[in-house]
Design a protein around this ligand. Structure first.
Ligand code: IMP
Ligand code: MG
Length: 430
């Protein structure tokens, strides 16, 4: 039982939040291990509507401890805002939220650089969320980062910031931005740090003890496999690894402790930001998917690019993550489409090619091999039994499962907690 990892198989926004919300009901620990405030999901419950970027949604279940592991980039402003919203709703995080002092902190100059790099790249921009993720991670791996631990030593923090702000200002001014002032940053960030200081405590022993005791640990991946810097279409990716394997570096969970990897896939494809998306629909059908699915980014509000389900992408993601099961989300969005298409693979210059063999340019140029299947006219949102789904919906799900090669054990048919259908193969999710 110990560790279940939930990951996204596509470009993020697969609906991981709701699967995590479901599994968190039975979790002792919910752990974030990657990404930062670029992630975002909306939690709707009895207490209200919450837009969460950093704090795991386990915070809403009273028996659960929420952990932000060292692999997460912490934005102190965003974190402070989330804590405030929780407090206002009567959710007490004290004693139930741990933040690793090893977390790198997104500084204001990271956000400025994120915007300036994007502007300077023009047509070649990535379409980042503008949260400073790339520049903060770049500082981490080039030995220039500031960690939460640094805030406990004001003199050391000041020395580091003098050096970093000196370097960054030269870059920022050269790119046409406004320089930062060390004292101003310290005044603002010290106050923010004081508010979160009670939560800063290395969580690895809590995690290890929970694993030794056979308690239920849930690791919540942010973003999706198709944004991994190594395995996705570089540079159209994000900085930290969204793979299940990220839990070792990002939270101190040994790979051998993982026994379940729940791969979340949306019943069609969406992407925000630039980069290849072989099944993208730029026509009326894409627009119809966006409208039906309300496909706008949680963090940025940008319209998401929409397209058919790409089984080659999801198959490869499941392979890379060692997926033990698939949770298919948002099947109801496809209600009323007369015909649906599924990409079963790609061709490049007329020859079949696998995702793994494609470089970025090839992913831009390749054509999806599309299989057309029958859609269904009934609405599925009220259905709870797999057998009650329209025949065409079952055939669609079963065809996806066949192509992806991993059992689909859970199907989302709406945003509410109970809007789920479990095919009978579903022995153990939730
Ligand atoms: P960054 O992570 O803000 O640097 O953005 C890099 C790429 O990842 C851009 O294409 C973003 O749109 C995308 N991205 C980052 N976080 C998310 C997410 O949580 N959901 C969907 N896309 C994301
Ligand atoms: Mg999201």
């Amino acid at each position: 039982m110990p560790v279940t990892v939930v990951i996204g198989t596509q470009w993020g926004d697969e609906g991981k939040g709701r699967i995590v919300d479901l599994l968190a009901q039975e979790a002792d620990l919910v752990v974030r291990y990657n990404g930062g405030s670029n992630a975002g999901h909306t939690v709707v419950n009895d207490l209200g509507t919450f837009k969460m970027h950093l704090i795991p949604s386990g915070i809403f279940s009273p028996r659960t401890t929420s952990i932000i592991g060292c692999g997460v980039l912490v934005d102190l402003e965003v974190l402070t805002g989330e804590l405030r919203a929780l407090r206002e709703a009567g959710v007490e995080a004290t004693g139930r939220l741990l933040l690793s002092p090893r977390c790198h902190v997104v500084m204001p100059y990271h956000k400025a650089l994120d915007r300036l790099y994007e502007q300077a790249k023009g047509e070649a921009s990535i379409g980042t969320t503008g949260r400073g993720i790339g520049p903060c991670f770049a500082d981490k791996v080039s030995y220039n980062g500031i960690r939460l631990a640094d805030f406990a030593r004001p003199q050391l923090l000041r020395e580091k910031l003098v050096v970093q702000v000196g370097i960054k200002n030269r870059l920022i001014e050269a790119l046409g931005g406004a320089a930062f002032d060390v004292d101003e940053i310290i005044a603002q960030y010290d106050a923010l740090y004081n508010g979160i200081e009670p939560f800063v405590r290395e969580p690895i022993e809590v995690i290890s003890q929970a694993i030794r005791d056979g308690r239920n640990v849930l690791a919540e991946g942010a973003q999706g496999t198709m944004l991994d810097a190594d395995w996705a279409a570089y540079p159209y990716c994000t900085a930290s690894s969204p793979l299940a394997s990220g839990v070792t570096g990002g939270a101190g969970i040994p790979p051998t402790a993982i026994d379940r990897v729940v791969a979340v896939a949306k019943a069609y494809s969406t992407r925000v930001g630039n980069g290849p998306m072989p099944t993208e629909l730029t026509d009326e059908t894409g627009e119809r998917l966006r409208r039906a699915g309300g496909e706008f980014g949680t963090t940025t509000g940008r319209p998401r690019r929409c397209g058919w389900f790409d089984a080659e992408v999801v198959r490869f993601s499941c392979q890379l993550n060692g997926a033990t099961e698939v949770a298919l989300t948002r099947l109801d969005v496809l209600d009323g489409f007369e015909r649906l298409k599924i990409a079963t693979g790609y061709t490049c210059n007329g020859k079949p090619i696998s995702y793994a063999e494609c470089d970025t340019a090839c992913l831009q140029e390749c054509r999806p091999v599309l299989e057309e299947v029958e859609g269904w006219s009934e609405s599925t949102g009220e259905l709870r039994e797999y057998e009650a789904l329209p025949g065409a919906a079952r055939r669609y799900v079963e065809r996806l499962q066949e192509l992806v090669g991993v059992p689909i054990v859970l199907i989302g048919v709406g945003p509410e907690r109970d809007q789920l259908v479990r095919p009978h193969t579903a022995a153990h999710v939730g």
